[in-house]
Each structure stands twice: as structure tokens, then as C-alpha cells.
Design a protein around this ligand. Sequence first.
Ligand code: NAD
Length: 511
Amino acid sequence: MSELPTLSTPISIATPTSQAEWQSLADQLSIEGRAYINGVYQWAGEGETFPCVSPVDGRELLQVASCGPADADQAVIAARSAFEQGIWSRLPPTKRKRVLIRFAELMEKHGDELALLETLDMGKPINHARTIDVPATARAIRWTAEAIDKVYGELAATPHDQIGMISREPMGVVAAIVPWNFPMIMASWKIAPALATGNSVILKPSEKSPLTAIRLAALAEEAGIPPGVFNVLPGYGHTVGKALALHMDVDCLVFTGSTNVAKQLMIYAGQSNMKRVWLEAGGKSPNIVFADAPDLKKAAAEAAGAIAFNQGEVCTAGSRLLVEESVRSEFIALVCDALTTWRPGHPLDPATTCGAIVDQAQLDRIIDYINIGQAEGARLVQGGKRLMEDTGGLFVEPTVFDGVLNPMRIATEEIFGPVLSVIGFHTADEAIAIANDSIYGLAAAVWTANLNTAHKVAKALRAGSVWINHYDGGDMTAPFGGFKQSGNGRDKSLHAFDKYTELKATWIALD
Ligand code: NAD
């Protein structure tokens, strides 16, 4: 690991600037669909595959390896063996840091390709994939790598003739099961701290978005991560995901996805080896706007972005918009106006801000909820229709419902699409009660110029992230995760290391 070779050549020298240029790059792409186990790309043991269909135009991109329990076994054996050999787990932190920083550099160097794969696979706008997903993924890896040789153990407050050392050790084999909405970013929040702390990792991407995870394996290898330390198993949740979750030799299971699957994973852990289970799950986040918000127009623009960014397929989407009654009509008009800048377009067009919905099942789910909202008596004020059907792609208009009551299904259930429920309130206490009346507790925002109201409401909100006078703030320095059924544990920041290490107390008696 002394002299590292130069980084591999990216697919494009200059970033494309038009839909036609991105399409031409897409046409030249050679996409890998195999699993990556013990340093080798290979098809699933049973030879099974599943089709990877692009929501951009409905075209099948390729067949991807559909891994099963035998592949999970093979990957766990490789991961365990690498861990026991110490080829990564016992490297000095500074060396793991160098390799991971190089991994981040390779992601940036191949950023156009990774962005293109993400867009083709799950439909997000290419400009967002390139300027948000790729940099955020590389930043997560780099930030975590930079931290790893700066964290220390502790000494207990012992009597004079004793020493109590408190140290952290890697868990061993970590399985990471991630969703499709931010495939690379969600993966990086798990693999960065898991690898940085010396674990071996098996990444299972969603069957709806496997392509970037598979590509990352080659970049990890090029960066110098040894065989067996980082493995990627594409496949379905009920096959390879379940096999990993039930595996007797997986020490730690980290997950981002729906609350229902999260609960199932806790059961699997209990049925197997009591592996540590860390869960980032769903949300139904309240965005609370008081009449004295410093700038109602800005609040409306962010409320629109909070439901339309990433097609509303965001765990922290501001899907419940609580507005003080005195400004409700005015504010809804501002939000509807702001949403016109989020009209869906072709995901490969660099001007597009709202792309395609990940697949037909998710589109059907969104349309179902729009119908449910109307049947429940909420008032559809904007959107509600599928768009651009003739392209073969899956697009839906950002949709606003007014007159929503918090017990309605569109206000209690996570839709995971661009459907906004507006709920009126009169007092801060009423807003807090409505906001907290949810099984979820992932995020919340409050808009007010009154310092007292801001702090009172922020303190009372039962959510892992609270934003004041903006929506969706934060970076790698702040922990991210949920209260209640939004999960346990935290991603990002130094707190993330807690999930991937066991605490050891070593007590020494002196003569
Ligand atoms: P999902 O729960 O359907 O799937 C997530 C992952 O779990 C996928 O890889 C899937 O294959 C796997 N899986 C499914 N069933 C499984 C099983 N029985 N055993 C093992 N693995 C299984 O979620 P999704 O539809 O991919 O993603 C959307 C959900 O993710 C939403 O609920 C969203 O709120 C949540 N999410 C949460 C966060 C967060 O940080 N809290 C971030 C992004 C997304």
C-alpha cells in the first residue's frame, strides 16, 4: 500500500450538457450486473437473474444476478475469513483511511458514470444524481475515513492499583440492506463507518436499484480494499436479504427501508443469533408553518421542495404541511406556485428537477393514495395525474391536498411520492399535538420568527432531526435517524461508529 497506481480513466472527459449527450453516453455504457464476492464478479450460484427495467423509458437495461441463500453463505464465509485474517480489520487506522479516501476519489472521478447509472436505474434527475448523490456519497466516505484515526478509547476512573481500559473493536461481519431512493448515499452511510472501523461488509442493494452498488465494488477493489472485505449481493429482500438477516455468522445487520421490513428484521435477529440490528425506517414528517414565519415565500418554496425533491421518494419528505389557519389560503397558493418549478421532465435532461417514479408498483401506490385522499374527503388543489405516459416512463404530477385531517390515511401512512397533505392549526400546542400524532418520528420543521415559539416547538417535537426556518438541513457532522417507528441508532457523524463497534472493558490489576 505504499505507492498507489493512478486512478482509472472515467467514461467521459467532459460532463455532458444536454439530454442528447447524456443519452449518447448511456448508449455506450457497459453495465455490470453480477454479484461481487471475495473480490470476484460472478453470477448467482443458481444462475438466477432478474430484469433491471429503467423507469425513465420502460426499457430493460440488463439482467442482474438474483442472489440467494447460497450466495449469502459464500459471501459471509469470505467476509469472515477476511476479518479473521486481519487483512483489513488489523490494518492501522491510517492505512484504512488512505484506502477509503482513495475510494472517495474514485467515486468523484467516475462521478458521471455513477450518476448516469443511478438515473437510469431509479429515475432521479441526472443533475441531482451528479451534483447531490455522487458528491454526498464521496463526502460520507471521506469524512468518515478522515475521522478514523482521530477517535480515542477511554480510561476508567480506577483506584491507584488498577487500570480500566475502554476500547472499541469492530463487530466482524456487517450486512447492510439498503433502499432504492438514494441508493449510493444510503449505502455510503453504512459502508463508510463499517469499513472505517475494520469490519467486513456485505452490501445488499434494493432489487429496484442495484447498479451503482455493483459498480462501487470495482472502485473499492481499485482503491485497495482487499478481497472479501467488501461484497455486493444484488437480489430480492425475501431471498438474499432474508438469508443475510437470518444468518448465524452475520454479527451486525444495518438497514434503511420501510418500517414493516425493519420490524421483520428484528424478528429474524431474534430467530437466529441475536445479531445487532440498526434500523433507519419510514417517516411522515410534519413541516409546521406559523403565520409569523420570517419569509412565507421562502417557506413555501422549501415546502414545495420538501415534497417534490427526488419525486417525493424521501424518508424525510415534508409530507404533512401544518399551516396556521390565518395564512393557510395564502400559503397554499404560494406552495402551488412554487411547485410549478418541480414539473416532471425527462430524467436525462439536465434542466429536469423532478424525474421518474422508481417502478410501476410505486407509481400505482402513489395513484392509489391520490384516489384514497379524494375518497376520504380531502380537497385536491393541484396535480393528481400521471404524466408523459407516451414516453414509456413513470411520471406523476406533484400533488397537493387541502382540508386534510390528521387521522386520514394520506396523513398517517407513508406514501413515498410527491403527495402533500395540508392540515390547518390555530395554536402552537395544537400544532405540536398533530405533529406528534404519528407512529413515525424521523424529522420535522418549524417556521417562525418568534424565538420562544421556535424553541418550544422544536423541543416538543418527537423527531430525530428538527429544522428551524429551513427544511432538510444537516451534513456529515450531525447524526441522522429516527424516534419511535422511524428506527433506532444513528447514521452519520461520530455517533455512527457506535453501531459498528463493540465496547470492551479491559481491567488490569497492578502489583
Ligand atoms: P423496503 O423496506 O421495501 O426495502 C428496503 C430493503 O430491504 C431492500 O433492499 C429490500 O430488498 C430489502 N428487504 C425487503 N424485504 C426484506 C426481507 N424480508 N428481509 C430482508 N430484506 C428485505 O423499502 P424501500 O421501498 O426500498 O424504501 C423505501 C423506504 O425506505 C421508505 O419507508 C423510506 O422511508 C425508507 N427510508 C428511510 C430512510 C431513513 O434514513 N430513515 C432513508 C431512505 C429511505
